[in-house]
Every structure is written in C-alpha cells, then in structure tokens.
Design a protein around this ligand. Sequence first.
Ligand code: SAM
Length: 422
Amino acid sequence: MTSRSITELAVIISTNTAKVNRYLLAKKLPLPSFNVDAPNKSLIDPQESPEVEAARIQIIDASLMIHDLMLGPKGHLMSFNHNSLLSMQAISQFKLVSTIPIQGEATFGEIAERSGINEGDVKRILRHSMTKRIFKEPRKGTVAHTAASKLMAEDTQMADWVGANTGELWQAAAQTVPAMLKYPGSQEPNETGFSLANHSDKSTFAILSQYPKRAKRFGNAMRAYTEGTGFDVQYVADNYPWAGFENGTVVDVGGSHGSACITLSAAFPKLNFIVQDLPQVVAGGPGTLPLDMANKIEFMAYDFLKEQQPVKDADVYFFRWVLHNWSDKYCIQILRNHIPSLKKGARIVINEYVLPEPGVLPIYLEERLRSMDLTMMEVQNSRERDLDDWAKLFLKADKRFVFKGGKQPEGSSLWILEVEWK
Ligand SMILES: C[S@@+](CC[C@H](N)C(=O)[O-])C[C@H]1O[C@@H](n2cnc3c(N)ncnc32)[C@H](O)[C@@H]1O
C-alpha cells in the first residue's frame, strides 16, 4: 500500500466502497453511520462473504494511507495524540454515558450535576470526545449520544473495555519504558509497566486479584475483545484432524472453565477431555457443563509452572491462548514440565496469534497484532510470536519437540499450530 499514489488509493477506496455498498443494499442492511440508532459494528459476515470483508479491510487500509499522506510526515507524527485516551478515561471514570438519555439530550450543566464534576471540565472533555465521534452536540450547549457513546452506555463489556483500556492498560503502557530501564530484558511477569503503574512488585494477575471490581472489569474487557468473530473455537474443531484420535484423550491445559472442550466435545463425542487450570478456576468448571458432557469432560487442578503434567500418554495437549501469557523462560518451563508424561507421537496443539512477516498484512490488521504484542509486554513481560519464534521456542525446550507448523483457517484470528513429540 505504501508505494501507491493518492489517485490509485482513491480508486481502491471507490471500487471497494461500491462493493460494500452493493452488499449492504442487496441484503437490505443499513449503511454505516454513527447515528444513535445505527448498528454498532460492521454488518458484513466474514464467513459468508469473505470477499466483501476483504473489500472492507482494503477500504480501511487505503483510507488510512491517504489520510496519512494528506497529513504529511510532520502532521502524521503529531497525530499520535495521548488525549483521545484522556477523554475516554474521564467518560468512563465519571460514567458520563449514563447522564444523557439514549434518545434525548442533556445540557453540559445537567451532565455536570448528574456526574458531580464541574461544568467547564464536562464541556472540554465531551467536546474533545465529540471529535472522535463519541457524543455529539446537536445544538450549542446540548449533548446527545452517537452510536459509539450509546454502545458504552448499553454494553457492559464495551464499557469495561474502555475502562480497562484507559484505567489499566494506558497506565501500564506509560510505565513500560521505565520498567525496561529498571529491569532490562526482564522475562518476569512482576517486573512490568503494569507492576510499576501499581507501585507493586507483583504480577498483573496478583495485583488484580486483590481488587475484585478491577479484576471483573479486566475480565470483561478481555471478553469484549475475544468474543467477536475470528475467535470462535469452532475454527479449531473444523480445521484440525481430531477425529483421527478416535476415542483418545485431549488435555486442555489452562483451559479455564472448559468452553473450548464443550465445543470440541460436541463435534467429536468419542473423544475424552480433561480441562486443567488453577484450583480456584477449575472449581467453577463443572457447573458450566451441559449434562450430556459430564462424563466426557473432566476438570483437574494443575499448576503448569510448578508441577509435572499429571496426565500421562494423552493424545493431545491443547494450549489455547495460554503460552502468549508467558515469556520464553516460562514457556520452556511449562513445556519441560510435560516431557515425563508424553508418549511418542503425542501432539501439542496451540491455538494462538502468529505475528505476520512485516508488511504482508494490511497495516490496520498488522497494527492490531503488533499492539497486542506490546500489551503482552506491558502486562506480563510475555509476547506474541511469529512462526520462527514458535519453532525456536520448542527447539529450545527440547529437540524432541518437532514443530510441524500450522495454519490460520480462513476467517480465524488465531492459528492452529502443531508439535509432535518424537
Ligand atoms: C487467557 S486464559 C485462556 C483460557 C482458555 N484456554 C481459553 O482459550 O479461553 C489463560 C488461562 O491460563 C490459566 N493459568 C494461568 N496460570 C496458570 C498456571 N500456573 N497453571 C495452570 N493454568 C494457569 C488461567 O487461569 C487462564 O484460565
């Protein structure tokens, strides 16, 4: 995209916008808008119409490029502005979304009275956020919702995403360079920007566990991120040869309450599943199981950092969104803790992000992955990995782990990677 002229970019935007428009009209779907009653997300179904989804991504990519070119290098650099997060943090902290009726209006004075902050500050915060399409001022002095502010008012997960993004992660990000200076090259989860932002020498998980309300908000924020298209476990069910293990055993390591196993068990009822996690987590698992799966999915307390894998000779040890939480040092420890229990031919199956080669993906998608990688550094001193990183990690853990690569199913955000124990 970088070498295209502005007129070529304009053609890409125009052609692909026509495609998206045709799709929406043909399906009688509303056109994109920030009006209060507009849909709060893209209505294109990426699984059903991948080519229209590709057109949408091309529009975003080309319009970002043309936007940046029109700003020019100086304007572009200066557009990296921390204040969008300040107005969002204030909106979240002072619960400003609930001070304005969804279909009505409120004056700055009324919002000030309802939120307990002074009118001048309300006005400057909201007028800034309006430049980001969060709230609008239909008449001078009155504020109304847009689709974006309404989403924060009506969707608890999104409200918590904004709260955690600004109240936790932004603070952690600001302390990450100080953490790099204080603990150069650290792989420890308690030497992060998050730890410094909390004046603590504990890990993010340990800090949050002391504050149930913050922990709940953080958990909700994570769910807001993952519960979209692209993270469905069905991709793993459909794109890995589970049936080949017949009535074998799959261990879901760090499997939380077993939601992945519920999906896999529905698709492969002959398989047996064991969900392992920390004791306080698995305690909540059995209650979430459908009755007919109770004899197919077992829960087991297991600390993968401290103990050897207790389930010997399973066919598959499945790690979904677990290893990206840990630096190489701890991943190697986790993998080595499995070695005494592995039979020849046992598989380690990983369901995680894989970082792309630079410049291959549309920049909008690459930026999201690189940003996730930085988030892992801020909160855990861990990382996202590219294919080479994954291969090297297993090689470092033990030469008998043979990395067989993997694939990213069409429409899935995560990859399925496979390793065989030889
Ligand atoms: C990001 S969650 C992924 C959960 C699940 N695999 C999924 O895809 O929804 C990481 C999981 O690792 C678990 N975990 C963290 N430390 C652990 C440890 N030392 N031993 C076992 N599980 C652990 C957490 O409790 C959490 O359930």
